[in-house]
Design a protein around this ligand. Structure first.
Ligand code: FAD
Ligand code: UDP
Length: 405
């Protein structure tokens, strides 16, 4: 059958039981679950010209499958989330490897025993490794913050090296902040690993959809009860009603085509956008992606190279490593991190986690709290730093709840 696309003007809301804003994993999974398990007729409203959220991929002019919104590698310890993704696509057993370009020398990231030998030479590294094992244990992960808290002068030396050569400049480029200024959970994503394991992730389930994410989403949303309106912003079709005129007055109803919608509304976009940024825009980081194609089989030694001490981009990804595609050409992508300033030309990619921003977010969240059929879900709507697997898991939890109702 294929995905059923429609125009919002042509939708009769009497034929719709649930509305989902956004077609990434958050929206896609809920739509599929409600359609399949509860027989709900679901309308997806998506502002982009395609489904798949940030996972969207497509072939470029050279025929290379590229990710349009940043490199996406599936990795998880959550079997339910992985099994769910696998329902809609076979997966290739890809294991991601990242090297830091350290003034022209490559060293594995996360920083590990092998990186230590490159950085300090074998003899000194052997001594440091022993020290790390004595302090933290072998095959253990230690965050850079934890390492920097150690009093021992040799551990302090290691910490200082990793801080200056792996985290400082990359974090400044990515966030416009130092590692001390970002939420500790951010740098904790890439801890020092006392191991010879050069993989970026150690999760039990890792891989890439055989024919790409877009195909996976086409499979997931291919259901007779699901209709998709592309190029449609929620704020342009939602008529919001509030309890009063006050700026902080909560939402009391959402109308679509002039009629109060009583079914579940699952919203996966940024909450401030829905309210036209009435309390000011929520802070996000955005990215610019620059692609380049070469008449060569490969240009990088592995899937991603992080530029931790030089360059103004953060990392380069060569997609063929991730997707397993064979070609005598190759396409790479550089990521430039930017402040998110203009919603018309930029996309919000990363919530900037801080207490102050959480308070700001909660102000928007409070506007929706009294509307019992409104469910903010996902990386944008919850203002969180979630990976795909977590989103699938949360979407399944919400679906379980909605299916039971
Ligand atoms: P999204 O995928 O962002 O989907 C939200 C959808 O809602 C979008 O399609 C958007 O167009 C639509 N939308 C938003 N606002 C509106 C509106 N007002 N009206 C209508 N539609 C709207 N995770 C991993 O597990 N592995 C990785 O390797 C990985 N790499 C990443 C790399 C980058 C650069 C980034 C930014 C993220 C990465 N992630 C990765 C995280 C992953 O992208 C998210 O976990 C996932 O996209 C979250 O899914 P979502 O459905 O919540 O949001
Ligand atoms: N980071 C770093 N140097 C690296 C890799 C990561 O400083 O070589 C820090 C940086 O602050 C980054 C964070 O760790 O934003 C999380 O990295 P991850 O690779 O998980 O980021 P994502 O893939 O989500 O952009």
């Amino acid at each position: 059958m294929g995905v059923q696309y429609t125009q919002f003007n042509e939708v009769n809301m009497n034929d719709i039981d649930a509305v989902v804003v956004g077609s990434g994993f958050a929206g896609g999974v809920v739509a599929r679950e409600l359609a399949e398990r509860a027989g709900k007729r679901v309308l997806i409203i998506e502002k982009r010209p395609h489904i798949g959220g940030n996972m969207y991929d497509e072939k470029d002019e050279a025929g290379i499958l590229v990710h349009k919104y940043g490199p996406h590698i599936f990795h998880s310890n959550d079997k339910r989330a992985f099994d769910y993704a696998r329902r809609f696509s076979g997966f290739l057993g890809y294991q991601h490897r990242v090297l830091a370009d350290w003034y022209g020398t490559y060293m594995p990231v996360p920083f590990n025993k092998n990186s230590m030998e490159i950085a300090f030479g074998e003899e000194k590294a052997a001594h440091y490794i022993e020290k790390l094992i004595d302090t933290f244990g072998d095959e253990c992960k230690v965050t850079i913050n934890e390492l920097r808290e150690q009093d021992d002068p040799e551990l302090a030396e290691i910490a200082d090296f990793v801080y200056k050569n792996v985290f400082l400049y990359y974090t400044q480029k990515q966030w416009g902040l130092t590692p001390e200024e970002v939420d500790p959970s951010v740098t904790a994503r890439v801890p020092v690993f006392i191991s010879r394991d050069n993989r970026y992730f150690q999760d039990a389930y890792q891989g890439m959809p055989v024919f790409g994410y877009t195909k996976l989403f086409e499979e997931m949303l291919d259901h007779e009860n699901i209709q998709v309106c592309l190029n449609t912003e929620a704020e342009s079709v939602f008529e919001l009603e509030f309890e009063s005129e006050a700026e902080d007055a909560p939402l009391s109803a959402i109308k679509l085509h002039g009629k109060k919608f009583e079914g579940p509304i699952v919203y996966t976009g940024p909450l401030d956008e829905l309210f036209l940024a009435r309390f000011g825009r929520l802070p996000y980081r955005s990215l610019d992606f620059v692609y380049e194609t070469f008449d060569k089989e490969h240009v990088l030694p592995c899937g991603t190279v992080n530029f931790t001490v030089t360059e103004d981009y953060t990392r380069i990804t060569e997609f063929k490593y991730l997707t397993g595609q064979k070609s005598d050409k190759t396409t790479i992508m550089k990521e430039y991190s930017r402040a998110y300033e203009d919603p018309n030309t930029q996309t919000p990619y990363y919530a900037i986690l801080s207490d102050e921003n959480r308070v700001h977010y909660e102000r928007y969240r409070a506007l929706t709290a009294k509307l019992p059929n409104f469910y903010p879900l996902g990386r944008l709507a919850e203002y969180r730093y979630y990976n795909m697997d977590k989103i699938i898991s949360l979407a399944l939890e919400l679906s379980d709840k909605l299916v039971e109702e």
